[in-house]
Ligand binder design. Sequence first.
Ligand SMILES: Nc1nc2c(ncn2[C@@H]2O[C@H](COP(=O)(O)OP(=O)(O)OP(=O)(O)O)[C@@H](O)[C@H]2O)c(=O)[nH]1
Ligand SMILES: [Mg+2]
Ligand SMILES: [Zn+2]
Length: 363
Amino acid sequence: MSLESLGWGPDFDLALSTSQSASNTPLVPGRVVRQHRGLLTVQTADRAFLARAAGRLLHQAESAESLPTIGDWVLLQPPSGDGEALMQVVLPRRSVLKRREAGSEHDGQLIAANVDVVFLVAGLDANFNPRRIERALTLAWNSGATPVVILSKADLAPDAAARVLEVQALAPGVDVLAVSAKAGLGIEEVRARLPAARTGVLLGSSGVGKSTLANKLLDAARLVTQPVREDDDRGRHTTTHRELFVLDQGGLIIDGPGMRELGLWGEDEKVSLAQAFADVFTLAEGCRFNDCGHGNEPGCAVTAAVKAGTLPEERRANFEKLQREQAFAARQTDPAAQREHKRVQRNQSRQGAQRAHTKRRGD
Ligand SMILES: Nc1nc2c(ncn2[C@@H]2O[C@H](COP(=O)(O)OP(=O)(O)OP(=O)(O)O)[C@@H](O)[C@H]2O)c(=O)[nH]1
Ligand SMILES: [Mg+2]
Ligand SMILES: [Zn+2]
């Protein structure tokens, strides 16, 4: 198996020669193709190794985010006998997909590295929720990869075409595909986005059909799938590890467990929020005040668009919610933002008290 067939590109050549010359033991390049809890499998040109991070790599890591994850290119020191290989170097990533760790405001949890396309999968069944797609898009833009929305189980939706239009309105400039793995619909359109050496990752809640689609792309039932529960339509978290598969056509696809929540965090999201809500940002340029909250402010162009029916109210509300979430995340790390938040809160409670007072007087 050649490294090219695993997605190796010329951009890694330089990184490799630099890292090789800095090391005195001969290291072997390979890609992390399977991740089950802490256990990684690395595929090299010759064979697959079970691998763990070398002590040096663990010590040098600035955070968990610098440790190897699925899709990473690493340099290995092969074991002398049957043991595990040691990962000594993680090559610089072309892209990295991460989400906020549940319960933590700081650490991003890595989902995959060096992906070119993020397939956001949402089922066209009872669980269909465009708001969730909007959130996931922000995360995808932030990764450096290109998002593509897949509306799966299209065979269950008589109005699939209308849903596609609905999601297209939420995601300007993003491809939205109606797909049915069961009926074999839209599969070629997914395939077309994974030419040789390009890596895609399937992202979405448990039970939306990620593994079923991956199987279809692989043309073989190699991945475990399971029916969703009848009563609540929720999946069962069938897939418990992440794995990278090479398709016949040469593209690569990563399947993994479903995710309950795609948290947002950190400063970088400002960029992705601007991309995911480019239409709202453009409207906001027309607001009278620079710090317009797009609520009841006079001269607010966003509110005007909602009233005129050109911007759906839910989209405005979701934009506001994501902005709030982001501001919250920013406050966790930025003292100036914390002070500003306290100041605004104090003003608000003072105004609230004044209003209550005025009202009582008016009674
Ligand atoms: N009707 C219909 N059902 C589908 C389709 N694709 C998948 N399913 C069903 O949806 C259920 C869940 O599919 P999986 O592929 O296991 O879902 P998953 O996203 O991999 O779930 P996790 O591994 O738990 O994250 C299974 O019963 C599939 O048969 C489809 O195109 N149409
Ligand atoms: Mg699965
Ligand atoms: Zn405004």
